[in-house]
Each structure stands twice: as C-alpha cells, then as structure tokens.
Design a binder for this molecule. Sequence first.
Ligand code: DC
Length: 214
Amino acid sequence: MIAIDGPAGSGKSTVARAVADRLALPYLDTGAMYRSVAFTVLRAAGDPDDLEFSANAARSMELNLSDDQVVVNGVDATLQIRGPEVTRAVSAVAANPLVRREMVSRQREWIERRGGGVLEGRDIGTVVFPDAELKVYLTADESVRAQRRAKEVTDLDYQTVAADITRRDTVDSTRDVAPLTEADDAIIIDTTRLTVEEVVTRIVELLPSSDAEQ
Ligand code: DC
C-alpha cells in the first residue's frame, strides 16, 4: 500500500495515478470521495455545515469511482465535483468527524478488497492506513500550487484559485479531526521544481525492489 498525502496542487492526483499505472496497482482518489459527499449535500439543498445532514448524506451515498468517471447516487458528477460550488463546500464536509468516519471505513474496505493500491488524500498515512509500506508527503510552494490548479480550472482566474487554496489549506490543516499533516515516517518530496516523471521515479525507487515492477 502506498499512501500519498499533501495539500491541494502539490501534484498528488497526477503523481498517484502515474505511480499506480507504472506499478499496475489500483488507485483511489479519496478527495473525490469527500467531494462526492459535498455534491450530494448541495444537490439535496442541504447545508454543508449541518453535521447530521452531511453524515446522513455520506452514509447513504452510493458512489462509483472509476478512472475517468464519478457516479454519485446514479448521477454522473465527474465535472461537478471539481466545480467551484463543490470546491467551496468540501472543506466543511471533510471537517465533519461523522463524514470522516464513514469515508475512512469505506477506504479501508477498498484496500482490504484489493489487497493494496495507491491511495491519495490528506490523512492516508496518518489515519486511514498507518501501516502503509510507503508514505509520501508531497509539498510545493503555494504560488506553484495555485498556478497548477488555475491551469486545471479554466473558469476561474489565478487570484480566485490562489485565495481558495490558501483558505482550504488553513481549514484542512487546522481542523480537529485528521488534519492535514505529514506522518512521522513519511518521505517528504518538494515538487516545486520537479516534473511529474521525476516525482514518480523517485517514489518508485523508494519502494522495496520486490514491489517495483521495473
Ligand atoms: O484532493 P482534493 O482537493 O480533491 O480534496 C478535496 C477536499 O477533501 C480537500 O479540501 C480536503 C479533503 N480531503 C480530506 O480531508 N481527506 C482526504 N483523505 C482527502 C481529501
């Protein structure tokens, strides 16, 4: 099991997908799970700060995550979970301990069923799977992270994206439950000046050789 954690725009998703591809391992984007809960809450006209409402939405959510599609309660939410409304609501939903309990239990089930894989998020190495063979914590300068995100979301300007990243970093790293932080035994990689290929190679090289199919 490879755990990849880090803040928004640190390169987690791109890198985690590429590592999974390279090693022919299954991949789970846990941020997409929290985004899907936020999407469910908003779709039901609920308040993301309402703990019980969000918890119920999480527990009853039918989620189908595949490589290129996210289906939430039968609705294709692939684009909307990356949109500004969900992005605004997701930190509140992810700070809810009841929502986290449900998501962590689903993530552990996912690992158990597959016998391993590459998981990316904020608390994979610290909470979800502290026994991971390899824990990687990706970082990058704030301005570079904002530039990367701004490139992904074409409908928002750089200033808006930068402000959003700063706000989410603050909420994600100061919340009471499972705040964003590196595990003591995580390998920290600063991706500011590295290409995706360089980061992927570094991670694969960190694996015990029997795990790396290279
Ligand atoms: O990685 P992302 O930006 O898609 O994540 C969306 C939000 O979900 C982010 O603001 C933090 C939260 N999250 C979390 O709290 N724990 C995780 N394991 C993954 C994401």
